[in-house]
Design a protein around this ligand. Sequence first.
Ligand code: ARG
Ligand code: ZN
Length: 535
Amino acid sequence: MPAPVEPTPGDADPAVEPHRSDDMAPGGPARQGTVPGVARSRRRRLLLIGGALAALVVIAAALIVRASDADGDRGGDGTTSPSAAGEDDVGSGEDDGDPPPGPGATGLGDPYFPDVGNGGYDVSHYTLDLTWRPDAGRMDGVATITAESTEPLVSLALDAVDLDVSDVTVDGEPATAELQGERDLVVTPPAPIAEGATFETVVTYTTGPRSLTGADPVNPGWVADGDQVYTVFEPHGAATLFPANDHPADKAAYELRVTVPEGLDVAANGLLSETVPGDGEATWVYDAPDPMASYLVQIVIADLEFVEDTGPGGLVLRHAFDADVAARLADSMDRTGEMVDFYDDLFGPFPFGAYGAVVVDRPLGFALETQTLSIFGTDSATGETIVAHELAHQWFGDAVSPATWRDIWLNEGFATYAEWLWAERDGQAGPGSMAESVAGFGGLDTPPADPGADALFATSVYERGALTLHVLRDTVGDDAFFTVLRTWVERFGGGAASTAEFEALAEEVSGQDLQPLFDAWLRAPTMPVLADWVG
Ligand code: ARG
Ligand code: ZN
C-alpha cells in the first residue's frame, strides 16, 4: 500500500476544506500588537507592586534580552504576558492615582486584525436571547453582556457588524449607542464606569444572515440556507450575529436561548437545560458554562435528529443530524467515544462537560471545532480524520485559545498532529511516515507562526505546524513531549496562550534550548529539511 497521505482536511479531496489554499503569500506586514485591555488590567497590579519594582526591572531586563535573541515573534503577544504594554504602562502611569475615564479601545491590537475585539473590559458571561423568524429571514436578538472594566470607562465598544440596534442599557440605565466604522458599536452609559466594576450591558437588535469577506476563503458569519441556519465564525464573524468582544483573548460563559417556530429544532454549544413552549414556537435554552471564545459559538436551527451516547468516564456525547441526512450519516460519529478515550490519555481529561457533532445538510467543504459541538457538512462528516481533527481542537484551540490570530498554528498544527496520532492508533500510517510524506510534498515555505492574515488556514499552518511538533517530539523524547502537551492544557486551559508561551513551556519541561528548532520550523521563510532534524 503506498504510504497514503491521509485525507487531512483539504488534501486528498479538494472538495473538502478548500480553505487550505496552498502556500498563499503571507499577508501584509504584521503589526506588532499587544492586547491593550488585558495589558491595562495588568497595570494596576504592576502599580500596586510599587516597591518591588526595582527588583522586577532587573528580572524584566534579563527576560527582554532573552526575548530579543529570537525574532520579533517572541515579543509578548500573549494575554498573559503582554510585557511590552506592561512596561509602557509602568513608565507612563506614575503613582499619582487613577487616570481619568476614557473611551475603551475599539480594537485589541491583534497583529492580524487590530480592530477586532475591544479594550477596557473583560466579558464573563453572555446571555443571547435570539428569535429566528424564518419568514422574514431575520434574527431578533437581546444580548445581555456581563463584563468587568479593566480601566475607568466613559464609553466602551462592542464588535457589531450590521446589527440594527434599537435599544441599549448599561446597568438598567438607557445608554447611547453609535455605530463606528465597520464593526464597532460604541456604548456610552449615562455615567462613567469605574475600573474593576462589574456591569451589565443589554443590547436589543435585529439582523439578517451575513458573512464577512476577505479574511479567509471560508467567509466568517452566519448562514441561512433553505430551512437551516448555522454559524461559521472563525476568526472574527461572531459580531454578525451578536454584539461581542469578538476575540479569543476574551473568553466567557454563554447561555444561548433560541426561539424557533414549531417544527424546527436547535442545537448549540453546551447542554440543553430546558425547552420553553410558546405560542406556535419554543425556546431552546443551552448552557455553555466553560469559558469560550466568541468564534466557537455554534447555533444550528433545522429539523434535527439527536443521538445520545456516553463517552469515557460518563462524558455526555450528543450529536445532532439534519433529519434529511440522519439515516445516511448517523454512524459517522460512532467512534467519537473511542477517540476521546485515546486523546484523553495523551492530552489530559476532555476539557468540557459534553461533546458531539452537528451535521448540516450541505457539503460545507470544511468542518469547524465549535466548542463542545463541532460542525460538519455532509462531506466532512464522512472523513474520520476530520472527525478526529475537530475533536482534538477541543483541547488545542478551544480549551487553550490562540492569544492572537498569528498564533493559529497552535490550533491547526496541533489538531493535524493529533490526526497522525489517531491514524497510528488505528493501524494506519503514523506520525513518522506522515511527516515524511507531508515534508516530501514541499510547498511549505509559509512560516506557520506568521502566515499572514490572508493565509490563516494555509496548508503550511497545518502541515508544517504538525511537523514542528513531530520534530519537537523527536528532539525531547516522548515523555517530555506529552508532558508539554498535557501541561499546556492544564496551565492555559480556560484561557488563551501564545507561541512564545509554548516555546517557553517546551524549554521548561525539556530543559533544552529549543530556539534553533522553533526558529527553523515556525519562522524560517523556507521549509527546513526534515532529515536534518529527526534522528
Ligand atoms: N478550524 C477549522 C479546521 O478545523 C478551519 C475552518 C476553515 N475556515 C474558517 N474560516 N475558519 O480546520
Ligand atoms: Zn483545524
